[in-house]
Design a protein. Structure first.
Length: 197
């Protein structure tokens, strides 16, 4: 699955990409995304929330998105579950993993993934689909190291009987490495829309 990162892109450009065959779009800011959703409501787009989930935005996200890639706290998961409309299918969620413990980046440590997965599994309006990561930008080990490591975390969850199927990792600069390591969801912005600004 290719998620076109459409934050700061116009509704016109998103519609062009959709007509060219792109079905999945990722947004980082809930309010900006809602305006685009309203403008593009006639198109059968699947919307992914890929930004940091703020507590005061969980209702908008739960009501309007089909996927959330950045769940990193049980409290956020519970709010998304409680605010997901009962007429909608369960919200597809991914646990964001902060593999290198970077302070400015969201996500749980690898050691905390299983506990959060158990919490999410008990929430009926959410469907745990897998894991997401953004590897450190400058790291001598390279992105491939982090991608392989996340695939191992996924494998451990599967062995523990979690029914998950998605590894969201890799962006325009490193998606080939991510796919080689097992990614089946990549988040591509620049390679689709060009440089912003």
């Amino acid at each position: 699955m290719i998620v076109a990162v459409s934050k700061q892109q116009s509704s016109v450009r998103i519609a062009e990409a959709f007509r060219a065959g792109q079905l999945h779009f990722g947004e980082s800011y809930a309010q900006e995304a809602i305006e685009k959703m309203d403008a593009l409501r006639s198109l059968d787009i699947t919307w992914h929330f890929i930004g940091s989930v703020q507590t005061n935005k969980t209702r908008l996200i739960a009501e309007r998105f089909q996927w959330v890639h950045t769940v990193d706290r049980a409290r956020i998961a519970a709010r998304l579950n409680d605010q997901r409309p009962h007429f909608a299918p369960p919200l597809n969620v991914l646990i964001q993993v902060n593999q290198a413990g970077e302070e400015r980046k969201g996500g749980v440590a690898e050691s905390e993934v299983a506990a959060l997965a158990r919490e999410i599994a008990g929430l009926p309006r959410l469907k745990l689909r897998g894991l997401m990561t953004i590897p450190p930008r400058s790291d001598s080990a390279g992105a491939q190291h982090w991608f392989r490591q996340l695939a191992e975390v996924r494998d451990r969850l599967v062995r523990d009987a979690f029914d998950i199927d998605t590894l969201s990792m890799g962006m325009s600069a490193d998606f080939e490495e991510a796919i080689a390591a097992g990614a089946n969801c990549v988040r591509i912005g620049t390679a689709i829309f060009g440089e912003r600004g």
